[in-house]
Write a protein that binds this ligand. Structure first.
Ligand SMILES: [Zn+2]
Length: 208
């Protein structure tokens, strides 16, 4: 495992192998990127401005135990989600670690910082879990494919996050699990959470 972290990943993109680029680790520089099973995972961290520190970067997360899956409930890209979160100044206490679309996953916060995404105050959802927003979840009709591809990338991202943080499959949660909010709405509407989880399991076990 350790050795694989140091492999340059051009080959991994081609081969779709499971190696995790060192640059995609939580300690990576702000703009670095790497690949996991062909998914581009790129850091574009939120700016640590005074405003963002007050409303979006609340503090350390020393006891990471879960990965929480959300749907954005709009049609925007991961970059748009990141940029909007970074710049919004509406005094909302809201933040999340990753946004993923059909093209890439963008890391917005470090794994050692907790975020405001689970709606459970100082409960485990906010204090002990990484928040992943699956984008494009209101894309319908001809654009439904954009959502399905975003979700397929989220499967890989979830597997990656479980793996690099040494968490079991049971650590995978929905926003719904914390507060009964209907999120990720698209997965819940389609009654596909068991399927999503099974796909993550298959990626983790190298079957996909
Ligand atoms: Zn949510």
């Amino acid at each position: 495992m350790k050795k694989s972290l140091l492999i340059a990943c051009a080959a991994c993109v081609m081969l779709g192998c499971g190696c995790i680029h060192r640059a995609a680790r939580p300690d990576m520089p702000d703009k670095s990127f790497g690949y996991y099973k062909g998914l581009k995972i790129r850091a574009d961290l939120m700016q640590a401005s005074d405003y963002n520190k007050q409303y979006k970067l609340p503090g350390p997360m020393p006891d990471l135990k879960y990965i929480t899956i959300h749907n954005t409930a709009n049609v925007a890209t991961a970059q748009n989600e990141r940029d909007y979160l970074n710049r919004r100044k509406d005094k909302a206490y809201i933040s999340f670690h990753y946004a993923v679309d059909e093209k890439e996953a963008i890391q917005i916060m470090r794994h050692d910082q907790h975020a405001w995404h689970a709606g459970d105050g100082r409960g485990d959802g906010n204090m002990k879990s990484i928040g992943v927003e699956i984008c494009r979840s209101l894309c319908k009709g001809e654009k439904y494919d954009l959502y399905l591809r975003s979700e397929a990338n989220a499967v890989k991202l979830a597997a990656y996050l479980l793996k690099v943080n040494n968490l079991p499959l049971d650590a995978l949660r929905m926003h719904y699990d914390w507060t009964r909010k209907w999120c990720p709405h698209r997965i819940l509407d389609d009654n596909r959470w068991a399927e999503f989880r099974e796909r993550v399991r298959r990626v983790l076990e190298g079957e996909e």
